[in-house]
Design a protein around this ligand. Structure first.
Ligand SMILES: Nc1nc2c(c(=O)[nH]1)N[C@H]1C(S)=C(S)[C@@H](COP(=O)(O)OP(=O)(O)OC[C@H]3O[C@@H](n4cnc5c(N)ncnc54)[C@H](O)[C@@H]3O)O[C@H]1N2
Ligand code: MOO
Length: 420
């Protein structure tokens, strides 16, 4: 049943503070993989999430080939006991079809050229003496060297890339070398950003006293932009009917709907109510965190809903802690891991809240350290400009001292162990 909140507005949903960890879990649970797939040219697939595992359609190298510019010869099992004088019987350039080695001869080869049939060794050209059509191969030539064997890099039929992997430049090289033209990837995740606030203007629009520029929408777009992510950003004034219409309109066309501001307890903070009027529901209404306490998580139709608080640090840190992992879940991939760093600061976090603080990371020897940046205040932008991660400080009764380990989320995702 719909309940009336203290301001008498009609609103359905939970009203107690969730812990930060609970909110992280709920966020991920709300974001079920969309399962939508499309095929794209391999050259355009960097950063996209592979939808189906791929088996090697052929081997790499495709054929036995020379690993050095030099001479292909047949030495047999052991090195020659004395220098060999051999006539040069042919030449294979890279790209030439394979030929056969004339017995008791040396065959000129370029790096990457098909090894002539019958040859078992390539001697580097720096290690031979050439006189006219003869080469002298020293007794130090080692049989079987400087040959790349067919299939030594990739064997035909083996699984080379697993579904869920974020394709990177090395994968593009591998797939192209194997002759793969198109790959099946997760179709783009659509994100709608709705900045609410009658005070908001765009740079270029006139700014009356008391108004501000909407920096949250471009900030969030920049923070969330990635291959396979489509973002549409709009703006709404602080009126319930307009906000409800904007939420309805966006929710029908996105997988993830983000609103900025309008989450607090002011007369004009209508986002929760607009969401409910538009047919949505809330799972989390407030979170025991600082900044970001008014954060809300829910669902509207098939879209996940994240109501971000308006203060820029609160909006950005909630996007890093909740929205980025939700994007990963919608794409069917594992969210990026947090980092562990040594605190290079001292503070007294609150016992009842998780604090998110901007930090600058640095590497000293084999230690990653996190130094707190800027002054407190979630309206401030400069601490974020001066940082490269947000540290997560769970509520604690005792001070956090320099040298203790803290978890941090880097602003730019670091990717290791890419899911396969
Ligand atoms: N009486 C109370 N007041 C506030 C509380 C509270 O618990 N009781 N919570 C505070 C916290 S914490 C936050 S965070 C903010 C959240 O407020 P809203 O989500 O309702 O956002 P607004 O009040 O509309 O704006 C807050 C702040 O952010 C600026 N803002 C808003 N949108 C943008 C934008 N697109 N770009 C840049 N800056 C934006 C806005 O002008 C305000 O300065 O509420 C506290 N108050
Ligand atoms: O989320 Mo608010 O920014 O804690 O101040």
């Amino acid at each position: 049943m719909a309940k009336a909140d203290p301001k008498g507005r009609c609103f359905e949903g939970p009203r107690q503070l969730a812990s930060f960890d609970t909110a992280c879990r709920v966020a991920l649970a709300l974001a079920a993989p969309t399962g939508r797939v499309e095929t794209v040219p391999v050259a355009a697939a960097g950063g996209r999430i592979l939808a189906q595992s791929i088996q090697a359609p052929c081997s790499l190298p495709r054929f036995d080939q020379a690993a050095m510019d030099g001479y292909a010869v047949a030495l047999g099992a052991s090195a020659p006991s004395s220098p060999l004088l051999l006539p040069v019987s042919g030449l294979t350039e890279s790209g030439d079809p394979p030929t056969s080695l004339v017995p008791q001869s040396a065959h000129r080869v370029r790096t990457g050229a098909a090894l002539p049939d019958g040859a078992d060794t390539v001697v580097m050209q720096e290690q031979v003496l050439r006189r006219g059509d003869l080469v002298r191969i020293g007794g130090d030539a080692r049989p079987g060297t400087h040959i790349r064997r067919a299939g030594e890099d990739v064997r035909q039929g083996v699984e080379i890339l697993r579904a869920g992997r974020e394709l990177r430049w090395s994968d593009i090289a591998l797939l192209t070398a194997l002759g793969v033209e198109r790959v099946s990837v997760m179709a783009p995740i659509r994100i709608g950003i709705l900045a609410t606030g009658s005070e908001l203007r765009r740079p270029g629009e006139g700014l009356m006293p008391g108004a501000i520029y909407d920096s949250n929408s471009p900030m969030l777009s920049a923070l969330l932009t990635a291959p396979g992510i489509e973002i549409v950003a709009t703006r709404s004034r602080d009126d319930l009917a307009g906000l409800t219409r904007s939420i309805e309109a966006l929710a029908g066309s996105v997988d993830l709907l983000l609103t900025s501001a309008g989450m607090s307890v002011g007369e004009k903070d209508h986002v929760r109510e607009a969401l409910v009027q538009a047919g949505g529901r809330l799972e989390i209404d407030k979170v025991a965190m600082k900044p970001g306490k008014p954060l809300s998580l829910g669902q509207i139709g098939t879209a996940c809903f994240v109501g971000l608080p308006g203060n820029p640090q609160a909006a950005a840190f909630c996007a890093l802690a909740f929205v980025r992992p939700m994007m990963a879940a919608l794409q069917g991939r594992v969210p990026a891991s947090r980092l562990t760093a040594e605190a290079a600061f001292h503070c007294h976090p609150r016992s009842d809240r998780t604090e998110l603080v901007p930090v600058r990371l640095s590497i000293a020897g084999d230690r990653l350290t996190a130094r707190r940046s800027g002054r407190e205040g979630s309206h401030r932008l400069m601490p974020m400009v001066d940082s490269d991660a947000v540290a997560i400080l769970p509520g604690r009764e005792t001070p956090l001292c320099a040298g203790m380990l803290v978890e941090a989320i880097p602003f730019d995702p670091l990717r290791f162990g890419n899911g396969s």
